[in-house]
Design a protein around this ligand. Sequence first.
Ligand code: SF4
Ligand code: SF4
Length: 1016
Amino acid sequence: MNDKCAGGTGAVLDKIASKLHISPAQLAEQPYFGIRLHQVAGKCGVFAETDINSLQKQGVPTDELMASLFDAIVLQNLTVLTRGHTLYPEVLLLGGPNVLIRGMREAWQHNLGLLWKGRRIGLPKGAETQDLVTVPENALYYAALGAVEFGRMEEEAAARYLGTQCLEHYVRDQRQAAKVRRGDPGLISSQFELLEFKNQYSRKPFVAANFSAGTTVRAFIGIDAGSTSTKAVLLSDSSEVLCKAYQLSHGDPIQDAKELFESLRNQVESQEARLEILGVGTTGYAKNILRDALCADIALVETVAHTRSALHYYSDPHCIVDVGGQDIKILVLRDRCIKDFRLNTQCSAGNGYFLQSTAHSFGVPIDRYADAAFSAGSMPTFGYGCAVFLQSDIVNFQRSGWQAEEILAGLAAVLPKNIFLYVANVPNIQNLGTRFVLQGGTQNNLAVVKAELDFIRASFAGSDVEPEIVVHEHCGEAGAIGAAIEAKQLYDTGHRTSFIGLDAVRHIQYRTTRSEETRCTFCRNHCLRTFLDIRTESQHIEPSESRNSKVPLEQDQRRVIIAGCEKGSVEDIDRMRDIKASMDSVRARTPNLVDMAARHVWTSRHPGLVADPIPTARWRNSVQRRIDLMKGRSKLRIGIPRVLNMWVYAPLFSAYLESLGVLAENIVYSDFTTNEMYRAGSNRGSIDPCFPSKIAIAHFHNLIFTKHVRKPLDCIFLPMFDVLCSPLVRTRACNACPTAAVTPETVEAAYTKEINVFAEKNIRYLHPIVNLSERRLFEQQMFQCWGPVLGLSAEENQRAVEAGFASLATYERDIRHQARVALDMLEREDHLGIVLLGRPYHHDPGLNHGILEEFQKLGYPVFSQNTLPLDEDLLDRLFGEEVRAGIITHALDISDVWKTATAASSNMKLWAAKFTARHPNLVAVELSNFKCGHDAPVYSVVERIIERSGTPYFCFKDLDENKPVASIKLRVETIDYFLKSRCEGMRFMSESVHPETERDVSVHEGLIALNVLNEN
Ligand code: SF4
Ligand code: SF4
């Protein structure tokens, strides 16, 4: 059975179908066969919805979206719920979605057909997959029929039907009493309180400006194309909001924009005035599409747009709380500058939209939500967290008799917990400041505002401070206002608009193409792209390479390409080369030590041969066997998966094997992680752990079914890392993560469960347990593993282990040296670099989702926790004072921040956090995976170490097989904005500060650091 986290298949299908305006009748008939599929995450409804949203914005038609969703759900079932078992024919499909939706049935038939073929499961003669995957008669009633059958088997005396009276009594009296006992009081305690609250927080309805007939209104437009709604404002040249327009997004940003521009225009022209647009700014998920389509002047990242807007209306806010349909943003400001920010992960996404759709499902219009919620005298207590959990809570509360208005009140009440505890992760709200601005469309709901107010005020209870909380005057349009303000600022500094004009927008025509013809062939990813061919009346069309494209562009059309990367945004190979050249030049100037480490870890360092000479005497059988094995070393082909701790220790093992005579080209690594690889190999998993662990099954699949097929492998080697090595001192232990340690066993179970695939393919699977801290023990472990395969003597094994560690040391020394060069450069140039606080496998671009490369592209050098330089002079500069003061015994001592230091990677992460906190040119980006039990205990410690030193800290948590492109982009862009202003500040300081003052400041900073440590 699914766990809570994968729940809600039927509810997810309903919700997404309704968002795509597909009726239940159409959904039932929606086919799967013959429809193009796209990648959608199936593990969770929230993730699936995010993917569907973004595909829809790229112009993917609804039938393809729904078929992709069916596929994702079925694959998720086959990958996770079957726990690695094969579903043998015949398969009965039960449950509402399978029974009622044609496409779900077809998706099962297709995927089971593939599975049976792949696992060579024989079908009965003449039978087709369709005949063996069927919906039986009365499928909807199987659970009820089962209950009847069970009852029939019971003893007569076991239970007796007593009529409906007991049930009625329970529903009427008992359930009601139990419900009230378990719930909370409602959102308001009295009508007086409600009146007082409404007096203070009900906003006057917005009245659009009046214009005199015959005048020309010179104004700016800001448009916020959000995930669930689109908003636009007209801003005067004195920054007053003149008119507004709003509508729920239809998944077509250009059409939405067209309608909103028309609405703004009508509001002016209906008064017989003329509208002249001086500038246009865009923001929101579709900001770039709109910028390109409308030739807008600026596309502003949402976080910045919201900040601009709040700062325009409020002089010195401390905390902006923006709650939109999908996203939550907390922006912390000091002296009108962003000091910190928090954005929801996908797991906490969708709260605003969730309130709206729940109200809708109860038949309560959204503008009646607050009144309904205020009418509840008590309400159920929701646990905070992801929308899927809230959804299952709703079902349970309904079972317990809670009414719609009570549930709506409870949902409003849990929202501030989601915002401050789940998203912002700030248990003490007072740390955010005392002046709060609430904005975003969800703040139009007064029930939500009341709940936030109560929550924030309660957090200040007992202190002398009274928080000031305001709701943004135009909370729903705050982002659009910010974009318009930015466009105005550009105009004020002399920029003249590139906007295509209102008439052109009115007559804009466009065609969206996403097909084989639009596929990009500039790299082996072969992404499908979307071509948006736009025709407007008044535009000047430049000659375009697209006139000769596979999708020909007409003379009066202009093409906007939505692609997976910058290179794919053009069609002409020379233009692509120009783009690539400019990207390469940024890369060349911007060292990425994570990427460097990730590439070099797999290359051979050509260790010298340490093997024994081949014995000449061969009169004993055992000697002859050894000679044969030794001669066979040069032919032996060994597969090694690129997973887990191999991302650091591969040089040790490759050098060990090579020094014994295995050829470097015969050490065959699996491919780098890709989504295709995961999909191809993941359905054998018998458990559902974190992504870094479960991807191992896919890497083995790649080795067995791709590499081995190309040229046979003799062995596959993946040790069970028990204890690792570490440069740190005074740690209690240096253990590997237990999930990672036992992954080789999990893999073995997956590939031997029904058929022993290793035996079938004649591959030896070697997965010894290894302890890298105890050299003698490690030698024994390697000897036991490889002795019978390579015909080893104990002496040559020992020499090979030495060669392995020497190679590992060389690899680390080289990377650390490069890191030092990069760090020195940062110091010289007063620039900032990013330190990855993660684990070895976060070097894998398929696991880190390319996040680090995005920073490199923006010009930030990237370092990893495993390869920070360890030069004495540097360590003395960063830690010397504390060592001399006796706070720590050594620069590599973390006992001041973490007493229970037993896990190697966590220890290293904490040390790297300390390093980053002390280095003025470094900021931290922490990566962590969904279901990681090891990161959770150190999250807050890492954050505290970094933030107490005033160093920026950013995190990307819950990473998984699903790549949340939009959310990654939003974070990276926001971080970039934030860091740019920090860099400017650093340069300003270094240019203006007198050397003596600089010395004083650094002494002062040293003292602060010491105080911080003492507090820890
Ligand atoms: S869009 Fe980018 S990633 Fe995709 S195939 Fe083209 S070049 Fe490769
Ligand atoms: S450290 Fe966390 S993410 Fe990594 S293998 Fe262990 S449990 Fe999984």
